[in-house]
Design a protein around this ligand. Sequence first.
Ligand code: CO
Length: 134
Amino acid sequence: MLGRLNHVALAVPDLAAASAHYRDALGARVSEPQPLPEHGVTVAFVDVGNTKIELLEPLGDNSTILPFLQKNPSGGMHHVCYEVDDIAAARDHLKAQGARVLGDGEPRIGAHGKPVLFLHPKDFFGTLVELEQV
Ligand code: CO
């Protein structure tokens, strides 16, 4: 069921500053910022060859990133994203295993235009897990 690591997401307080730092300090290629109002974030992706780093900045007053940044003001690792072939089958399997799927359990379209779901961090050793159908 589990495919490759699609990305690791970092919550950052200032996306422009974080993008510039990855470009200037690390020589990284960073995408243009992409607002995703339905997810409450603006994202930019750092291409690191074997995977991507997703930089997340809160968008709107109800962003789920805001409480995270209140606890981690300088930013921090927010989630990991694994690829799956069939997100509905993966969800059903995980629910049968007792894992909690966030929201209404229906996949939403994520930053890559593909269906995504999030799994409760308490069911995965303190790490929020995103699944993306590829
Ligand atoms: Co993500």
